[in-house]
Design a binder for this molecule. Structure first.
Ligand code: NAD
Length: 257
């Protein structure tokens, strides 16, 4: 894809699933990649996979909900590769399968801190470097549930609607400053998100809520993480040079239903 070779990307949540696929794809396109994750083992596996394939990657241990930790991630990109051109703010958890009155306050705060505040914190750190450099592109990972409501998953859906609103607003702030900001809205994707997230014993399909939007896909299959990576890298590439403030559903047709 155009305009990625020799540039530098940071990917959060790159130790697993969509983030790992995205980090690997940026590297395949010739970008240097900062692999950022709270899970050191997973992050290092991603770095090894990129290096084994001939790419260049560096691991940084971060918690996206911690502003200083995220600033450190951006410093590592600048110190190691001399700048920052692309960011995929993707780390997230899936908790809170419950009716709204049953959601625990701690669980609510943890989810919003990681899924929403984390995206803000990342953009805050990334934008100042990109602006100084004169340009860049950011992709945030929202969700299909950032576009439609989901009974039984209100906190997760609220966090992802927040990501969509944040993406649009920041895109407007930076549209005339050479920085594009978009989001992807994945449909159900084959990853370990439930196993990787705290307190997710409940199977959403066992709840007395309408979670059918999570499983009813017009294309009759769930996505591979690589399909999210393709959309992310496209949105960062020069091929998307006039696209900003957009949330791209990558969902096998769910958003059209
Ligand atoms: P995953 O669990 O495979 O990957 C998420 C990664 O984020 C993990 O490596 C985890 O260690 C990391 N992470 C979690 N908390 C973190 C923190 N505080 N700081 C840094 N890293 C942290 O899950 P995934 O499915 O690849 O999820 C990636 C993103 O895609 C999430 O934002 C998720 O909400 C979104 N999403 C996933 C699906 C799906 O069906 N898998 C659908 C829609 C949206």
């Amino acid at each position: 894809m155009n305009g990625l070779a020799g540039k530098t990307a940071v990917v959060t949540g790159a130790g697993s699933g969509i983030g790992r696929a995205s980090a690997e794809r940026f590297a395949e396109e010739g970008a240097n990649v900062v692999v950022a994750d709270i899970d050191e083992e997973g992050g290092r596996e991603t770095v090894d996979a990129i290096e084994d394939a001939g790419g260049d990657a560096t691991f940084v241990d971060i918690d996206v909900s911690d502003v200083e930790s995220v600033e450190h991630m951006v410093d590592v990109a600048v110190d190691t590769y001399g700048g920052l051109d692309f960011a995929h703010n993707n780390a997230g958890i899936l908790t809170g399968f419950a009716g709204v009155t049953d959601i625990d306050e701690d669980q609510w705060e943890q989810l919003i801190d990681i899924n929403l505040k984390g995206v803000w914190a990342c953009m805050k750190a990334e934008l100042s470097v990109m602006e100084e450099q004169g340009g860049g592109a950011i992709v945030n990972t929202a969700s299909e549930s950032g576009l439609v409501g989901m009974g039984g998953l209100s906190s997760y859906s609220a966090s992802k609607h927040g990501v969509v609103g944040l993406t649009k607003s920041v895109a407007l702030e930076y549209a005339s400053r050479g920085i594009r900001v978009n989001a992807i809205a994945p449909g159900p994707t084959k990853t370990n998100i439930q196993a990787n997230s705290p307190d997710t014993d409940a199977d959403p399909r066992s709840l007395p809520f309408d979670t059918s939007a999570m499983t009813d896909v017009p294309m009759d299959r769930v996505a591979e993480p690589e399909e999210m990576a393709g959309a992310t890298v496209f949105l960062c590439s020069d091929d998307a040079s006039y696209i900003t403030g957009h949330t791209l559903p990558v969902d096998g047709g769910q958003a059209a239903d």
